[in-house]
Design a protein around this ligand. Structure first.
Ligand SMILES: O=C(O)COP(=O)(O)O
Ligand SMILES: [Mg+2]
Length: 227
C-alpha cells in the first residue's frame, strides 16, 4: 500500500520566517515611497506569496500601485529576501522531532507553499530540514497555487503519495481552504500568520505545538477520512 503522507505549509507553519519577510517587505515599501508595515499588518498580507503581500500592503495604505511599479518592487523583494536566506528564520519548536517521528512511522513528508520553489528549497536547506521531504513545491512549481487544490494534490503526486491517505498541516485560511477543496483533512497550527484565529476556518484539528502532531492524531484523521 502507498505510504501515508503529511504535507506541510512552510511560512508560519514549519519555519518562523516573519521577521525576514517583514524586513524584505519593508525594504520594498521604502523603495516605493510607502510607509513601513509592522508585525500586525504583515499577518494580513502574507499567505499568497510576495506579489500579493506587496499589493495588500499598498491597498492597506490606499496607495496606487501600477503594474510596472508592482513588478519593480516584487523584484526588489525577491532580491532582498533571496540575499538573506535563511536570515534569522528558524523551525518552530518541536518541528525536527515531529518530522523524525512521522518519518519513522513510515509517513512520506512534503512541503506545499506559496513561497517560490527556489527560496523554499534554500530556506529548508539552510535550516537543515530539506532531506526530510520527498517533494518541495512552491507557488511557481505548477501553473496553479494554493488555494487551488491541485497545488496540494500535485505535491502529493510528486512525493509518491496518495491523496486518499494524506494530511495537510498549515497556519492560514489559504491552507485550510486548499485542503478542504481537495477533500484532505487539515491540522491547523495556531501560532502562524493569520489575522483571524484559525478556528474560524474550521480545520479538522488545531495544535499549539508540534509535539501534539502525533502518529495517533494522524492515524485518527486518516481513518476518519476513509470512513
Ligand atoms: O509566502 C507566503 O505568502 C506564504 O507562504 P506559505 O504558503 O509557506 O505560508
Ligand atoms: Mg503559511
Amino acid at each position: 500500500m502507498t505510504r501515508p503522507i503529511v504535507v506541510f505549509d512552510l511560512d508560519g507553519t514549519l519555519v518562523d520566517t516573519a521577521p525576514d519577510l517583514l524586513d524584505s517587505l519593508n525594504h520594498c515599501l521604502v523603495a516605493g515611497g510607502a510607509a513601513l508595515t509592522d508585525g500586525a499588518g504583515f499577518r494580513q498580507f502574507v499567505g499568497h506569496g510576495g506579489r500579493v503581500m506587496i499589493e495588500r500592503a499598498y491597498a492597506a495604505q490606499k496607495r496606487m500601485l501600477d503594474p510596472d511599479e508592482h513588478e519593480r518592487l516584487y523584484t526588489l523583494f525577491l532580491e532582498h529576501y533571496g540575499n538573506n536566506i535563511p536570515g534569522g528564520s528558524l523551525p518552530y519548536p518541536g518541528v525536527p522531532n515531529a518530522l523524525a517521528r512521522l518519518e519513522q512511522a513510515g509517513y512520506l513528508l512534503a512541503v506545499c507553499t506559496n513561497k517560490t520553489q527556489a527560496f523554499s528549497e534554500r530556506l529548508l536547506a539552510g535550516v537543515g530540514l530539506s532531506p526530510k521531504f520527498a517533494a518541495i513545491c512552491g507557488a511557481d512549481t505548477f501553473a496553479f497555487r494554493k488555494p487551488d487544490p491541485r497545488h496540494l494534490t500535485e505535491t502529493i503526486a510528486r512525493a509518491g503519495g496518495d491523496p486518499r491517505r494524506a494530511i495537510m498541516v498549515g497556519d492560514s485560511q489559504t491552507d485550510i481552504d486548499t485542503a478542504k477543496a481537495a477533500g484532505i483533512p487539515v491540522v491547523a497550527v495556531d501560532f502562524g500568520y493569520t489575522d483571524r484565529h484559525v478556528r474560524e476556518f474550521e480545520p479538522s484539528r488545531i495544535i499549539s505545538h508540534f509535539d501534539a502532531l502525533t502518529t495517533a492524531l494522524c492515524e485518527d484523521l486518516l481513518e476518519a477520512a476513509q470512513a
